[in-house]
Design a protein around this ligand. Structure first.
Ligand SMILES: [Zn+2]
Length: 345
């Protein structure tokens, strides 16, 4: 569908819930009236907004409200007066209002081809506040935007978004896919308590705060999905906190690693050539090891809201080259391994 919109000469967005304001002097609605429209809260309309060269917004009486102005746009053409008869009026430029309503930077509205240069996290963040009737559609409505092909399997539920992330890491080295945080609406009630999860997000809502994440394009070791989780060879720093709180004597505690991703939080002065912008780290902790026989097999899980504990308690070691198997998708739980592990007497 994304390609279908991409190839469209122009698209009309009929906002059935935006009433026509009869105004003698100005037939157009004030753009502020737009943001109440349901059109901006649905998942599938994201690609309808981004992919076409021209989107003309019309109200419930099919009167033109204005248009998304994408370069080159007919409204800037010198021949527009000659062509006006054929093309119809495009109405005023709504780009600024659209940015305000959707949080999508103007450059991506103005230049369709720039969309594919946005980091994965940023593109998913555009859908973070949107809703779809079926839970699977939250993943499926992003396929075109993220240039992923995968079969649609209605009934798979939340797994759809997990599958989407698996597909993405097969073809992309952009680690901003890991630059998400637990959604406050869902986990705010256990704020500031360390929590564990897999390395994959549960829904686009987890990317709500990732709207200004840029990829640095730095090289990464290949990472692969295995039956033990995501195999990640990377440079990471070891937290000495693990040793301190470990309860298992000579066996040592579970290890904690801080992994720096190849993406950054964009700041005003950030440019790709300068190595500035705020770096993004994720923290992984070793899962409890239930079987001594597999001591060499160490699985990790992601931990959240752990930063202060990490910073207060112990220094972090120098960067080292590590091989980690990280669980991909599991339910968010409060971190429990600070308690004695039932497997060890
Ligand atoms: Zn225009």
């Amino acid at each position: 569908m994304y390609v279908w919109y991409w190839n469209a000469y122009r698209c009309y967005a009929y906002l059935s819930d935006v009433g026509h304001a009869p105004d003698v002097d100005n037939a157009f609605l004030t753009p502020q009236q737009l943001d109440t429209s349901e059109w901006f809260t649905r998942g599938w309309t994201l690609q309808e907004l981004l992919a076409p060269q021209t989107v003309i917004f019309v109200d419930d009486e099919w009167q033109i409200i204005g248009h998304k102005c994408c370069l080159p746009c007919w409204c800037m053409s010198e021949t527009r007066y000659a062509l006006k008869q054929d093309l119809g009026h495009l109405g005023p430029i709504l780009n600024e209002q659209l940015t305000e309503i959707t949080g999508i930077d103007g450059e991506f509205l103005e230049r369709c081809e720039k969309i594919q240069t946005a980091s994965i996290a940023r593109r998913i963040s555009w859908a973070s506040k949107r809703k779809t009737t079926r839970i699977e559609d939250m993943a499926y409505c992003l396929l075109g935007l993220l240039r992923v092909n995968m079969p649609l399997l209605y009934g798979e539920g939340e797994t759809a978004f997990c599958r989407l992330q698996e597909e993405l890491i097969k073809r992309s080295t952009d680690q901003s896919i890991f630059a998400w945080t637990l959604n406050e609406a869902e986990y705010g009630h256990i704020a500031n308590v360390p929590k564990v999860s897999g390395i994959f997000a549960h829904s686009p809502a987890d990317f709500e705060k990732s709207g200004s994440v840029c990829t640095t394009g730095a090289d990464t070791w290949p990472y692969t999905m295995t039956n033990t989780g995501l195999h990640l060879r990377t440079v990471a720093r070891r937290s000495r906190l693990a040793r301190k709180i470990g309860r298992y004597g000579s066996r040592g505690g579970q290890e904690i690693f801080v992994i720096r991703l190849n993406c950054r939080l964009e700041t005003v002065e950030w440019t790709p050539s300068k190595d500035s912008g705020e770096p993004i780290d994720i923290v992984v902790a070793e899962c409890p090891r239930p079987f001594q026989g597999l001591a060499h097999l160490r699985r990790f899980q992601r931990i959240h809201d752990f930063g202060r504990m990490l910073a207060d308690s112990c220094p972090i070691g120098p960067p080292e080259d590590v091989n980690l198997y990280v669980r991909t998708f599991n339910h968010v739980e409060v971190l429990r391994w600070l308690d004695p592990d039932p497997y060890y007497p």
